[in-house]
Ligand binder design. Structure first.
Ligand SMILES: [Zn+2]
Length: 77
């Protein structure tokens, strides 16, 4: 999975977890709380498994601005 695909995926996961969290706040249906935690869990798992530099393999920070902070390699390729 490329960094570009991951960014897009994280954006959608972030939006959907936010929607589920808001739905839980307003409706108090516990299924939304479970769903929110599930989405956050999947996001964490994806970060742990795939959010790495394709050049040196080190874990990337959130603020990675297109270049690896360790080896300087370009990420969106
Ligand atoms: Zn690197």
């Amino acid at each position: 999975m490329s960094i570009k695909q991951l960014r897009k995926l994280f954006r959608w996961l972030g939006i959907s977890s936010l929607i589920c969290a808001l739905l839980y706040v307003f409706t108090h249906i516990s299924a939304f709380r479970v769903l929110t935690l599930l989405i956050l869990g999947v996001t964490g798992l994806l970060i742990w498994l795939f959010w790495k530099c394709p050049h040196c393999g080190k874990g990337l920070r959130y603020s990675a601005n297109g270049y690896c902070p360790y080896c300087g390699g370009k990420l969106d390729e």
